[in-house]
Design a protein around this ligand. Sequence first.
Ligand SMILES: Cc1cc2nc3c(=O)[nH]c(=O)nc-3n(C[C@H](O)[C@H](O)[C@H](O)COP(=O)(O)OP(=O)(O)OC[C@H]3O[C@@H](n4cnc5c(N)ncnc54)[C@H](O)[C@@H]3O)c2cc1C
Length: 387
Amino acid sequence: MTFDLTPEQDQLRDAVRALGRRYGHGYFVEKAKAGEHTTELWAEAGRLGYLGVNIPTEYGGGGGGITELAIVCEELAAAGCPLLLLVVSPAIAATVLARHGTEEQRKRHLPGLADGSAKIVFAITEPEAGSNFHRLGTVARRDGDDWLLNGRKCYISGVDEAGHVLVVARTEDSSTGRLKPALFLVPTDAAGLTRSKLDMEIVSPENQFLLYLDDVRVPADALVGESLDAGLPALFAGLNPERITVAAMGAGTGRYAIERASEYTATRKVWGGRSIGSHQGVAHPLAHAAVQVELARLMIQKAATRYDAGRDLEAGVAGNMAKYAAGEAAALAVDTAVQALGGAGMTTEYGVATLLGAVRAGRIAPVSREMILNFVAQHVLGQDKSY
Ligand SMILES: Cc1cc2nc3c(=O)[nH]c(=O)nc-3n(C[C@H](O)[C@H](O)[C@H](O)COP(=O)(O)OP(=O)(O)OC[C@H]3O[C@@H](n4cnc5c(N)ncnc54)[C@H](O)[C@@H]3O)c2cc1C
């Protein structure tokens, strides 16, 4: 067992950290408040190869795994730039296409995802179905060679920045008549696809949308994979990378907040010559949060290592646990940092309260803490399913 990164992974970590620090949280917040995107950072990260670290080399990527992509997510977040679209585009969409797309789909989409010139976002959540994936109501029907998609999706991130949405729909299996999931690559400018932006209480340059699909017509080759049978495995292929990278973002955000707070409390003096950090009532909560973040990082490393070794089932357990742990640790770290900074904690200038909404959302999305506890109770502890 080793807790060390390889020299290449170490170099990647240092390089991404340097890039993130050049932009920093001020840039992230400025873009968010101006209603703009982190276009420059995304483009530079793409040019430097960081967005495609997990994409096979034959499609322009770095040929690494989710371990490498998690490093990218964590280090950008640790520099104050938690980019949610890293989870959606390179982690989910690129993995789904690399593993289950047709050769034509891989050739067409992966090079753009790898260099950052293209983004594909992911739409599974629906207003009626919520956490219950079995209730998905978006349906794809055959019409000649084409598919017609109808349904509604909600909270879909980054639709305004993407060329395609990977839509999870249900299709009728002609042999059994039963509905089963299938994934479709739908251009964001397709006729019949409309969107409305949701007002979210998150300081983020990335937006969430309601999506309406009204007779959206896509050609046969928009279906991900060679046949309808690819649907379920393709959908599951995206889940572990999603959980691991979102956990890494949470851990990075936690590190960022603790670092900001520690710098402040080590130098702020309001009782004579002693720093406020010398008071254990200030330092211990920060130390406790640091322990939680570090524990989450260990679980992320374990989950990513299992995933990259092809041990998907074990990666599923570890990835869910990592996501849970990192979500809780990030929320604790940011809240604790705000408290330690006192009034400064609530200012935009000190750059921690700006993360409160994001870390709160991290306990809900992309899978809520309750659904992870359900998963662990059922699959690890052998309890009956209660719902
Ligand atoms: C910032 C943000 C970005 C997002 N981006 C995307 C995206 O890009 N693409 C996408 O498809 N979706 C996205 N989502 C949606 C996200 O995945 C969902 O919000 C999440 O899965 C929860 O679904 P829901 O909101 O419908 O909650 P609900 O399912 O309505 O659940 C509400 C509450 O009840 C709890 N609950 C529900 N069922 C159970 C149960 N059986 N046992 C215990 N507790 C339960 C939940 O844990 C939750 O706390 C995003 C959400 C946010 C906040």
